[in-house]
Design a protein around this ligand. Structure first.
Ligand code: NDP
Length: 458
């Protein structure tokens, strides 16, 4: 975008490597190569299992046996698709007139970057502005045997499917991968230290997700921390915890968070005066400018809101500010997001707790129902929807959903919240019938009214 807007742009990126987490490179970055995109392909792959079962209730019969599944075929098709996308990113850069360098970059001055290229040569390039966007990488606690486990990087490229998996963590990646492995037939346990998964999400969403994990056959171990992992003679792994019994599995997958990529490879930031925060993230102002005026940073390396579309927004604001000379701040209000556990979660705006913290008195509308798509299947899995409405302004300040297609539904509601839609406007919107989405415009009676005072009493 910067190049198309008139800047002369060079870009340095490590080489593409589908498998190894040792090199985190490739055009497209984490999202395309070892994050959102391959993950979503595996989520799709895993979602068929429940659908095959549900189909029986709708008159289909596949005999005694479920259709067979080949992990190898799914992974190979996924890798082909990622390679295709990686190629497209390269061509997009070429078409935009960007000069590509394959290798690593180290900032050696406010306007100078030293390149260590894949062909073994070194080169120093100069630029009026340097933009850092090296992303982040998986992190896990330093307990005995921790390295016997893997992260999502390796899990997305396993050659064979592990039969028994322990996922450690309760965040986005943990619940998504627990759903993937369970849907594809592994025996899955998920262990997290809190009472519920998905810290930061609305409490009712969190409890619905916990129930759904169990409903999909995943064993939930809450309130535990792993203390050690050891390898057994048969190659299996045993994980011990600070509470409860040890578990023996074929694979331990760490999903305990990610850290900014400022030190591996060394970007040389400290030496040039780019300050980092306590978590190692690049400190930036509202325009993504670092403590060195000619150096900017966007995306996970700044640890603001670590989502691909947010990094894109920050990048576009950078282009407007620096290349077009129109100072533009990224807007972090009402960022919709989704978690692709099964069924998925989607949300935009405030949780009930955040609304109370902001001092709002709110009407809370909730709806729990059996999605029509499984009504004849005999499967028990509830969809959950929630609207939070500021009583004083009638504005809808939060929308939350757990259920089929929630991500697709929430994108439109994100626009509504961005426009400051009121509950009255939601109510005057005609529903699409029959759909789950219509529930968001037909919830008439508040489930409860909450106010900071009442919350304080509780
Ligand atoms: P999250 O921050 O979402 O979750 C980390 C999990 O690890 C939490 O459950 C946390 O527990 C736990 N944890 C942290 N430290 C420890 C520890 N020392 N011991 C035990 N448990 C620990 O990180 P993820 O790795 O899942 O994802 C990283 C980010 O990537 C997400 O926050 C999100 O921004 C992004 N992402 C977005 C996706 C999407 O949009 N669909 C998909 C995947 C990732 P606790 O909650 O108790 O702190």
């Amino acid at each position: 975008m910067s190049s198309q807007a008139g800047a002369k742009v060079g870009l340095v990126e490590l080489p593409y490597n589908a498998i190894s987490s040792a090199t985190q490179g490739g055009l497209g970055g984490t999202c395309v190569i070892r994050g959102c995109v391959p993950k979503k392909l595996l989520v799709y792959g895993a979602s068929f299992e429940a659908e095959f079962r549900d189909a029986v209730g709708f008159g289909w019969d596949h005999g005694e046996k479920m259709p067979t599944f080949s992990w190898e075929r799914l992974i190979s098709a996924k890798t082909d698709e990622i390679e295709r996308l990686n190629g497209i990113y390269g061509r997009l850069l070429d078409n935009a007139g960007v000069e590509k360098f394959e290798g690593s970059g180290k900032v050696v001055g406010p306007h100078e970057v030293e390149l260590a290229l894949s062909d073994g040569t070194k080169k120093t390039v100069t630029a009026k502005t340097v933009l850092l966007a090296p992303g982040g990488r998986a992190w896990y606690p330093d307990i005995p045997g921790a390295d016997l486990g893997v992260t999502s990087d390796e899990a997305l490229a396993f050659e064979t499917k592990p039969d028994r998996v322990l996922v450690v963590g309760g965040g986005y990646i943990a619940v998504e991968f627990a759903g993937i492995f369970a849907g594809l037939g592994s025996d899955v346990k998920i262990a997290y230290r809190a009472d519920l998964p998905l810290r930061g999400f609305d409490e009712e969403v969190r409890s619905t997700v916990a129930a759904n994990l169990e409903g999909r056959g995943i064993e939930v171990m809450s309130g535990v921390n792993p203390t050690a992992i050891s390898k057994n003679a048969d190659g299996s792994l045993t994980a011990t915890f600070d509470a409860g019994e040890p578990v023996t599995v074929d694979c331990v997958m760490w999903a305990t968070g990610r850290v900014p990529n400022t030190d591996r490879p060394d970007l040389g930031l400290k030496e040039v005066g780019v300050e980092l925060d306590a978590k190692g993230a690049v400190k930036v102002d509202e325009y993504s400018r670092t403590t060195v005026p000619s150096i900017y940073a966007v995306g996970d390396v700044t640890n603001r809101v670590n989502l691909t579309p947010v990094a894109l927004m920050e990048g576009m604001a950078f282009k407007d500010t620096v290349v077009l000379g129109k100072p533009t701040k990224p807007d972090y209000e009402n960022i919709p997001s989704a978690v692709f556990c099964q069924p998925p979660v989607a949300t935009v705006g405030m949780t009930e707790a955040q609304a109370l913290e902001a001092g709002l008195t709110c009407d809370v509308y909730t709806s729990t129902f059996t999605p029509m798509k499984i009504s004849l299947a005999g499967r028990v899995e509830k969809a959950f929807m929630k609207l939070i409405v500021d009583v004083e302004t009638d504005k809808v300040v939060g929308c939350h959903m757990v259920g089929p297609d929630s991500a697709e539904i929430m994108q439109g509601l994100g626009i509504a919240l961005k426009c400051g839609a009121t509950k009255k406007q939601f109510d005057s919107t005609v529903g699409i019938h029959p759909s789950s989405a219509e529930e968001f415009v037909t919830m008439r009676e508040a489930t409860r009214r909450v106010s900071p005072k009442v919350a304080a009493k509780v």
